[in-house]
Design a protein. Structure first.
Length: 193
């Protein structure tokens, strides 16, 4: 058991029979007439729903121990992705909801830290930004407008909107939280996976 004032980012807790992962935490000190409050943004590990919870600082929540393992992505089949434990060679199917948009950018052999609770995967530590190659888009055009965009198909088949100056075969950076173009990737700094 932990008190609400001890909650930290990334902790997994059980509240009212549901299992949540702590995404944000904010504590407000007590004032003259009011007691302190701990505000937490929690994500249900089963449904993915967000909950803005408020706790008294000394209120108890059940802290759960999770197992963290580095797993290698093998392949995607329908709504699940198969990962393998590099030590035991055990294969685990992970639902796409846990991986989010990152599931579209995983390549065979990529390692991903996964968290397990009671033997079931509950979360994945995927990067916020990835680089991908544009395979099809209109020829580049230089415009005075910074707000002009065009469609581009990435090597994984995903279509995003990019600025007019992006050409086919260029690498771009994509924000996995939103699925949007961020910037042109600099080939001299690009990491090969």
């Amino acid at each position: 058991m932990a008190t609400a004032s001890e909650l930290t980012y990334g902790m997994v807790v059980r509240v009212e029979g549901q299992i949540y992962k702590v995404l944000k935490i904010e504590s407000k000190a007590a004032s003259a007439k009011l007691g302190g409050v701990v505000k937490a943004e929690l994500s249900n590990v089963v449904t993915g729903r967000l909950w803005e919870a408020r706790f008294r600082p000394q209120e108890h929540v059940e802290e759960l121990q999770v197992e963290r393992r580095i797993m290698e992505f093998l392949f995607r089949d329908g709504e699940t992705s198969t990962f393998m434990d590099l030590g035991t060679f055990e294969q685990v199917d992970v639902p796409d909801e846990i991986l989010g948009l990152a599931v579209n950018f995983l390549q065979s052999g990529t390692t991903v830290p996964l968290e397990f609770f009671e033997g079931k995967p509950i979360s994945a530590a995927t990067p916020d930004i990835v680089e991908a190659r544009v395979v099809h888009t209109a020829p580049p055009a230089h415009s005075q407008q910074d707000s002009a965009w065009k469609e581009a198909t990435l090597e994984n088949g995903i279509t995003i909107r990019v600025p007019l100056f992006i050409a086919p075969e260029e690498w771009v950076r994509v924000d996995l939280r939103t699925g949007r173009y961020l910037e042109r990737a600099h080939t001299d700094r690009r990491r090969i996976a």
